[in-house]
Design a protein around this ligand. Structure first.
Ligand SMILES: Nc1ncnc2c1ncn2[C@@H]1O[C@H](COP(=O)(O)OP(=O)(O)OP(=O)(O)O)[C@@H](O)[C@H]1O
Ligand SMILES: [Mg+2]
Length: 439
């Protein structure tokens, strides 16, 4: 479909055929008379005949070229039922085509007059000349077109589609007058331009932000309530009970440590998010990072009677990254393996093409596959029933995922119930290629 085409132009038969034939007959008669005169007067029949033929052909072309404007002119002023049905001019069409969101132009009667490629892919049943209601069933949107035609002012509406997937949309309606300054208050607009915006992603982010605030306050409120309760007890009934005081103070220390850890994790997450687009470029030896992590997690592992085995580091394995952040990644993974895994944890580093892969494997209970897709979400815990010191904040793997993403790396999780889990981090080797992201 070309920008100059409109259905009427295509459908309207050429109206000026009769007039053109008369003109052609007249030209033919004149040419024949000239030929006869040439033969008689100059007596060179061949050259005279050639002259006449060339003249006739030229006249024929001339007559046909005059035909086009005559055929097209009445179509642009197409009429339906005596009422003028204008079509958007080239300028409107060019603007509509240039908009990178679905955009549809309807006339004052609600018939579709023009739409762009984005509109065609969002609403495949759209057809020029059809009423808009044939293709779109959103009542609020159809009503808004009527309102804009009746009042001649812009409108905006929002709606939610539930099928095939949940999708929030917003439509902006603008009245169009031809020419642009023709709005006189009494006249309805010639067209209404509808631009449809997809709000789904914005709504998802809004919901995520709201959930995040709700989760963070909930996580803080529980230890805070415990600490407040113990303070009241110590000020009141247990004021002179030395043994109770010792016990309560220990619990209070544990709860405040939990609050501190939560706040540290939140700050860490926001720091990584703030630098998400900045790729760390330093040379880091992963083997040095891993042995540092093994030392850090050692006491916790010994307390759980877990053995940590570490292999693949006979030589340094340099990657492109940020040392502190990588320490955070592997501390989280090894801590999880100690907390949720069995008594044996294996850490293996190996080369994988232009990358270095580090796998942290445990032989614990494993994770139910239903949890796997959500494991790296903030505050998500697969073992909701876990309590006490073992109960985490659910932020560890979210931090891991953000850091790995910032490094242009990949996090793979494989887990089988009853067999344990393997968390593998793949990073660019120093001087190697880009990691092919799966997540
Ligand atoms: N190795 C593992 N084996 C079994 N389950 C695991 C393992 N690692 C993580 N999980 C599950 O994934 C959840 C999310 O882990 P994540 O590290 O994000 O949070 P957390 O350990 O609960 O808290 P945090 O790490 O912030 O202290 C955990 O609550 C646990 O249910
Ligand atoms: Mg954790």
């Amino acid at each position: 479909m070309s920008l100059e085409d409109t259905p009427e132009e295509i459908a309207t038969p050429a109206p000026a055929v009769g007039r053109i034939s008369a003109r052609a007959v007249l030209f033919t008669l004149v040419a024949v008379a000239l030929a006869v005169a040439a033969i008689t007067l100059y007596a060179v029949p061949v050259w005279a005949a050639v002259t006449v033929v060339v003249l006739l052909v030229a006249l024929g072309f001339f007559a046909r070229s005059g035909e086009e404007p005559a055929r097209r002119r009445p179509a642009s002023a197409a009429r339906a039922g005596g009422r003028r049905r204008p079509w958007p001019d080239l300028g409107v069409k060019i603007v509509v085509e240039a908009i990178d969101e679905p955009c549809i132009v309807v006339d004052a009667g609600g018939a579709v007059r023009w739409f762009n490629r984005e509109a065609a892919s969002r609403v495949p049943t759209l057809k020029r000349g059809d009423p808009l209601s044939f293709a779109i069933r959103v009542t609020a949107l159809l009503d808004a077109v009527d309102t804009v035609v009746a009042l001649g002012r812009s409108e905006t509406i929002e709606w939610l589609d539930k099928v095939p997937t949940e999708r929030w949309s917003q439509a902006h309606f603008a009245p169009l007058y031809v020419p642009p300054n023709a709005a006189d208050g009494d006249r309805p607009p010639d067209f209404v331009m509808i631009r449809i915006e997809d709000l789904t992603e914005a709504r998802r982010l809004e919901r995520m932000r709201a959930d995040f605030v709700a989760n963070a306050s909930h996580e803080l409120r529980t230890p805070l309530a415990a600490v407040t309760g113990f303070i009241e007890t110590l000020q009141g009934p247990a004021r002179d009970d030395a043994r109770a005081r010792e016990r309560f103070l220990a619990v209070m220390a544990e709860q405040t440590a939990r609050m501190k850890r939560l706040i540290d994790d939140l700050l860490s997450l926001s720091r990584v998010e703030m630098r998400a687009h900045l790729r760390p470029e330093a040379r880091v030896d992963l083997c040095e990072v891993l042995s540092h992590v093994v030392d850090l997690v050692g006491p916790a592992a010994r307390a759980q009677e877990a053995r940590v085995e570490f292999s693949g580091c006979d030589a340094p394995r340099a990657v492109r990254g940020d040392r502190d952040e990588l320490i955070q990644v592997f501390t989280n993974l090894v801590e999880n393996a100690v907390k949720y895994g069995g008594d044996r944890i294996e850490i293996t580093a190996r080369d994988e093409g232009g990358h270095v892969a580090v796998a942290v494997r445990d032989h614990g209970d494993g994770i139910d596959p239903v949890h796997l897709p959500r494991l790296t979400e903030r505050f998500y815990r697969a073992h909701a029933e876990t309590s006490g010191a073992k109960r985490g904040t659910g932020l560890g793997l979210a931090i891991v995922k953000h850091i790995v993403n910032r490094h242009g790396g990949r996090l793979d999780i494989v887990s089988r119930l009853g067999e344990g889990s393997t968390f593998t981090v793949v990073l660019d080797r120093w001087g190697g290629g880009e990691v092919n992201k799966k997540q």
